[in-house]
Structure formats: structure tokens, C-alpha cells
Design a protein around this ligand. Structure first.
Ligand code: FAD
Length: 367
């Protein structure tokens, strides 16, 4: 029997498993391919995770710009992660790796039994579900994107030369995202912010190809395909602890979750370590409280309203709306994108947008 069994070896699963091992808990991690490298390009705001070591950073662009209809320089440092360095940072050798697929969990008074797809069983006081988003693609609101890797010179021809382009809405209803990856490589991605069902990747690929063609760039081989479920609810019930995308950590209006998972892992591990001597149920309650205090649930509801407002906006209003968003004072921008328990900051950002919006947009924001 292990203290903690984590299912899913993505950034969320690895970070919580390693944090549990560091708390002295006997921890196992199960995944169909537990050592498979992460291939997605992850990024976050530095202020979300000040403890991130340099070894986990692939690029720290000097300036990050965004366009609604006009140009904005964002006064926050945006970082592109180095997945090898990140993996190294969140790995702990005391975590036992198991190759397998979690199929179901049977709960009892002294903990749980995880049943794997091959029929084998693992007894654990606590099972953490970090299997990523589990909802069927067509049934969820999704952010989708299609990206390619270009040389710095090619990317400059497509983006107009920005070091990092957080969003460029000048060719809405989709936006262009572009970040340096280091070693003369730049990711350029056509993104659909939020749709149900998600905008097909083929449509995004065609839009990106048209941009590349206008800039005289031919499509290279390395591609990135993005599908992020925006509406996975917070995991508040059941006998397992949802963590990462599986636990509803994805910001409903931005699609980000990696910084949240990395930041919450130590607090969850500490809650489990403190609670386990009093039994698995107590430990599970304490860990859930560490992840979803009332303030985080309230902010999640506000963010869902933000998602609803953006989804209900006519396509031709999006560039004007994002001009307002990027003109938010930095502390309100931070509160809305990253203040997971900051109710007043999130509400102030939304109120500020409403106050500064023209009437045509206000009716949508009030929905
Ligand atoms: C291409 C791409 C780019 C993204 N970029 C960003 C970004 O820049 N910033 C950001 O914050 N977010 C980003 N996201 C969104 C989100 O943060 C990622 O999806 C992130 O990978 C979620 O981490 P996770 O560990 O929760 O889940 P995942 O990374 O999806 O990991 C889930 C793991 O569970 C395993 N698994 C699945 N089923 C089982 C099972 N039955 N039993 C055991 N294991 C199982 C899988 O093999 C996988 O290893 C991006 C998403 C994508 C797809």
C-alpha cells in the first residue's frame, strides 16, 4: 500500500507526486508512458511562479506585446518553459513509477484501491487524478490552436518583428500567438480563444498557412496542435483528488493551468501529509480545501462569466474588447489572469472593463 497514488505524468501529476515524496509520503505515479517527454510549448507569467529556476526557462522575451486594433506593451514578464529543465525540477527519485492506465477506483474506509486497465490493483490511502481533461472533445468549450516552428527571421516576417506576441487580434476571429523557443526557433500559432465545439484545427491551419504565404514563408515540418478544454469543473466530490487539468485548474477564460499546478503542489502535499495520520478522508478534505478554498471557487465563477462574455461577443468586436483588456492597469491584468483567490481584484478588473467599454460591448459584458 502506498500513501499517495498519482494517475497521470503530465506537469500536474509530476509536480504533486514529487511534492508528496518530498513530504516523506510513499508515492507512486502511474501513466501509460511515465517517462515520455512533454512536447507542448508551455508558458506562464513569471510573477505566477517566482520560484521557477532558470534551468526550467527556455526563453524570457525582453518585451511582450499584444494587439487588439492597436499595439500594447505588457508590463509583465512572460516566460517560455524548457520542458526538460521543468521536468528535472519537478522530478523526485523517491516517486515509484508504474506503467499502466488507471481504469477505476474502489473506495473503502482505509483508503482506495486503484484498478488498472490490465487488471492489476494498487492500494493507496489517497488517489490523485491528474489524467488531464477527460471530457469528449465535441462536448466541451475549447481553445484550439495550430502552430509551426520558424526561424527568427521567418517569424519576424509573419509577426512584424515582435519578440513575443501574446495575442494579435488584427485578423480576428482568431488571433496570432508567437513566442521564442531559444536556438533561433520561434513558435507561431493561430489560436481560437474559446468555442463550443472548438474551431477545427484544419480551419486554423488554413488561416495560418495564408499568413505564412503572405509573408513568403513555406510551412515547416514541426507542428503543434492544441486542444484545451475550458469548462472542466472544479473537482469537489468523490473519493479521488482532481489535480491539474483533470481537477478543473484550467482558467476558463485563458486556458492556462500549468503555473497553478506547479504552485499548488507543495500546499496539497503538505495538507495530505498533515491529514493522513487522522485518516484518508481527513487528508482528502484538507487537500481539497488547499486547492479550492471558497475564494478560489468564487473567482472560478467570475472567470466563467468572463468566458461567457467573450464567447457571446460578435467576432468583429473582439479586437476592440482586447484593446480594453490590454489597457487594464497591470495589477488588474494580473488579478484577472492569475489571481486565483483574488475575488476583489478579479471583480475590479471586470468592473473596469465594463466601465471603459463602449455601449455596444457593455451589453455583452453584462450578460
Ligand atoms: C499544445 C498545448 C500547449 C499548451 N500551452 C499551455 C501554456 O502555455 N500554459 C498553460 O498554462 N497551459 C497550456 N496548455 C494547457 C494545459 O496547461 C496543458 O494541457 C497541460 O499539459 C495540463 O497538464 P496536466 O498535467 O494537468 O495534464 P496533461 O499534460 O494532459 O497530462 C495528463 C497525463 O495523464 C496521462 N493519462 C491519461 N489517461 C490516463 C490514465 N487512464 N491513467 C494514467 N495516466 C493517464 C497522460 O498520458 C498524460 O501523461 C497547453 C495545452 C496544449 C495541448
Amino acid at each position: 500500500m502506498v500513501d499517495v497514488l498519482v494517475a497521470g505524468a503530465g506537469p500536474a501529476g509530476w509536480s504533486v507526486a514529487a511534492a508528496c515524496a518530498r513530504e516523506g509520503l510513499h508515492t507512486a505515479l502511474v501513466d501509460p508512458a511515465p517517462s515520455r517527454p512533454w512536447t507542448a510549448t508551455y508558458a506562464l507569467w513569471r510573477d505566477e511562479l517566482p520560484s521557477l529556476p532558470d534551468s526550467a526557462i527556455a526563453a524570457a522575451p525582453a518585451t511582450t506585446v499584444a494587439f487588439g486594433r492597436t499595439r500594447h506593451v505588457l508590463d509583465r514578464e512572460y516566460l517560455v518553459l524548457d520542458n526538460t529543465g521543468l521536468r528535472h525540477w519537478v522530478t523526485d527519485e523517491r516517486v515509484e513509477l508504474r506503467q499502466g492506465k488507471l481504469d477505476s477506483t474502489v473506495h473503502g474506509g482505509h483508503g482506495s484501491t486503484a484498478v488498472l486497465a490490465d487488471g492489476s490493483r494498487v492500494a493507496a490511502a489517497i488517489v490523485v487524478d491528474a489524467r488531464g481533461s477527460r471530457r469528449r472533445a465535441g462536448a466541451r468549450t475549447e481553445q484550439t490552436a495550430y502552430g509551426v516552428t520558424l526561424s527568427t527571421a521567418e517569424a519576424a516576417a509573419v509577426t512584424g518583428g515582435a519578440t513575443a506576441l501574446f495575442m494579435d487580434w488584427r485578423n480576428s476571429p482568431t488571433f496570432l500567438y508567437s513566442v521564442p523557443l531559444g536556438h533561433d526557433r520561434v513558435l507561431v500559432e493561430e489560436t481560437s480563444l474559446a468555442r463550443k465545439p472548438g474551431l477545427p484545427l484544419g480551419v486554423l491551419a488554413d488561416r495560418l498557412r495564408a499568413r505564412l504565404a503572405r509573408a513568403g514563408v513555406t510551412e515547416p515540418r514541426r507542428r503543434e496542435r492544441v486542444r484545451i478544454a475550458l469548462d472542466t469543473p472544479p473537482s469537489l466530490r468523490g473519493s479521488t483528488l482532481g489535480f491539474g487539468a483533470a481537477g478543473g485548474f484550467v482558467h476558463p477564460a485563458t486556458g492556462y493551468s500549468v503555473a497553478t499546478s506547479l504552485a499548488l503542489a507543495p500546499a496539497v502535499a503538505a495538507a495530505l501529509a498533515d491529514g493522513l495520520p487522522a485518516g484518508p478522508s481527513r487528508a482528502l478534505r484538507a487537500a481539497r480545501h488547499a486547492v479550492w478554498p471558497a475564494s478560489a471557487l468564487a473567482v472560478h465563477q467570475l472567470r466563467r462569466k468572463g468566458l461567457h462574455a467573450v464567447r457571446s461577443m460578435p467576432d468583429d468586436a473582439l479586437p476592440a474588447f482586447f484593446d480594453l483588456f490590454f489597457a487594464l492597469p497591470t495589477e488588474l491584468h494580473r488579478a484577472y489572469t492569475s489571481g486565483r483567490t483574488d475575488i476583489s481584484g478579479t471583480a475590479s478588473a471586470m468592473a473596469h472593463l465594463f466601465r471603459t467599454a463602449p455601449w455596444r460591448l457593455r451589453t455583452r459584458l453584462a450578460l
